[in-house]
Design a protein around this ligand. Structure first.
Ligand SMILES: *[C@@H]1O[C@H](CO)[C@@H](O)[C@H](O)[C@H]1NC(C)=O
Ligand SMILES: *[C@@H]1O[C@H](CO)[C@@H](O)[C@H](O)[C@H]1NC(C)=O
Length: 456
């Protein structure tokens, strides 16, 4: 996690410094004293104990158990067993000299029915309090995410989860309980993690929970509409975010010294053909959908014009009151940066096959027009290393959103393994090490540049 947007800046003299910086050997002291290094995880991915401690099933439990062939695992009943082994894991974080740990709360563990009126699960509260205390005892700052895609299945069954505006008030109640229970010790908060991925993977592609999409997109989807639902789900997600922030700012435990914000998942885009105006505009549009779709509302209270134009009447609108509630509702912008793509202008869209993914007339490509690949990638994955994209995303946000504070909340990659490598090779982790090194270098370029400016 990186702290503070003040050091991100682009100027042409960066190239003058680039060589000098590349030859620097980076270590912790290359970054400002208040720069926070941390690790991150999410409840469903690491807690396990899905049926223990009074927890009810989440939409991810339901999705992975009902359609094991649609996920890469069959369920997360054990995962990495963090629920039972968190003390050992925190020891490892301590050994790594980490400053912070970002984790998410399982709504189903805290409020099993999803509705406050049915009661709060004391065992769930105790688990998170113990976890927070263990972190603090090890000098590791807790950073809590309210929603990392795993609401109670009961809310999905009752009203369709985020497809319904009813989710907003249930989420508000859940958030308020979290602030009241944990807000005295937790000062860094995330409302929603990656609304774009949750919405597009869950409702356009149908390959993540809730697993909905149009039949022609993915025949495994039982129901859904890839053309309309992503916009509806995102709309309610944004309103849920705003409701949570309202509670945060009212709560005595969090209001004076806590920070809360939304966390986005921008990929960077370069034009498919660097001389094509169409492709340059396509790259700009792709960024507006990746970033502005969810960031403009929480800063300015409305969707960006380009999203309105390309989504047309499928995009719901905010009432004046909702817009007011959304405006200035993120103290910072959280960024999960992993990868980049080339963007090509997509001229023709089959009117018989409408879907979110093509509404903005952009086709994603791994190589550009002259066959140049965006970066080295996971053998069978979708992450391709493009470290300049991290610096460019940060500068894009700095310039477009008035130098808001930025936290990098996630960054990383799996080792490049096609399944044939020997164990001795894999444990060297060379691909991952190179990935982190080059991303830190890009981040550092921006910092050094500003320090230099101050000297001038
Ligand atoms: C493709 O990318 C390479 C490397 O950045 C660049 O030199 C080349 O001009 C690009 N080709 C086009 C057609 O944009
Ligand atoms: C935004 O909200 C914060 C936190 O409540 C407040 O300190 C700040 O003055 C607000 N800014 C604007 C422009 O309303």
């Amino acid at each position: 996690m990186a702290r503070g947007s003040w050091f991100f800046i682009t100027l042409s003299i960066i190239s003058l410094l680039a060589n000098m910086i590349n030859s620097l050997k980076l270590d912790r002291h290359s970054f400002p004293d208040d720069f926070i290094f941390g690790t991150a995880a999410s409840a469903f991915q690491y807690e396990g104990a899905t049926n223990e401690g009074g927890k009810s099933p989440t939409i991810w439990d339901h999705f992975s158990r009902t359609y094991p062939e649609r996920t890469k695992m069959h369920n997360a009943d054990v995962a990495i067993d963090f629920y039972h082994r968190y003390k050992d894991d925190i020891k490892l974080m301590k050994e790594l000299n980490m400053d912070a740990f970002r984790f998410s709360i399982s709504w189903s563990r805290l409020i099993p029915s999803g509705k406050l009126k049915d009661g709060v699960n004391k065992e769930g509260v105790k688990f998170y309090k113990d976890l927070i205390d263990e972190l603090l005892a090890n000098d590791i700052q807790p950073s809590m995410t309210l929603y990392h895609w795993d609401h109670p299945q009961s809310l999905e069954d009752e009203y369709g989860g985020f497809l319904s505006p009813k989710i907003v008030e249930d989420f508000r109640d859940f958030a308020r309980i979290c602030f009241e229970e944990f807000g005295d010790k937790v000062k860094m908060w995330t409302t929603i993690n990656e609304p774009y991925i949750m919405t597009v993977a869950g409702y356009d592609q149908g390959n993540k929970a809730a697993g909905r999409c149009s039949k022609w997109v993915n025949e495994k989807c039982q129901a859904g509409d890839s053309s309309t639902e992503p916009y509806i789900v995102s709309h309610h997600t944004l309103l849920a975010h705003a409701a949570a922030v309202e509670e945060f700012r009212k709560c005595k435990k969090t209001s004076h010294d806590g920070q809360i914000g939304i966390v986005l998942s921008p990929r960077w885009f370069e034009p498919y053909h660097s001389d094509s105006i169409d492709d340059k505009e396509a790259a700009e549009r792709a960024l507006a959908f990746e970033i502005g779709w969810h960031l403009d509302p929480v800063i300015h209270g409305d969707y960006p014009e380009v999203v309105k134009k390309y989504a047309g009447n499928k995009l719901p609108s905010f009432t004046a009151e909702e817009s007011k509630m959304l405006r200035n509702s993120s103290d910072f912008v959280g960024i999960n940066y992993y990868t980049a793509r080339f963007a090509a202008h997509l001229h023709h869209i089959d009117p018989e096959k409408p879907r979110f993914k093509t509404d903005h007339h952009v086709e994603w490509k791994l190589t550009n027009h002259s066959g140049h690949i965006i970066g080295p990638g996971e053998e069978r994955g979708f992450l391709f290393s493009h470290p300049e994209g991290l610096r460019k995303v940060l500068n894009y946000i700095k310039e477009k959103y008035n130098n808001m504070p930025v936290y990098i909340k996630e960054n990383g990659i799996n080792d490049n393994d096609d399944g044939t490598k020997a164990r001795e090779e894999i444990v060297k982790d060379t691909f991952r090490i190179e990935y982190h090194k080059t991303h830190f270098e890009e981040l550092h370029k921006a910092i050094v540049l500003v320090l230099d400016l101050f000297l001038v």
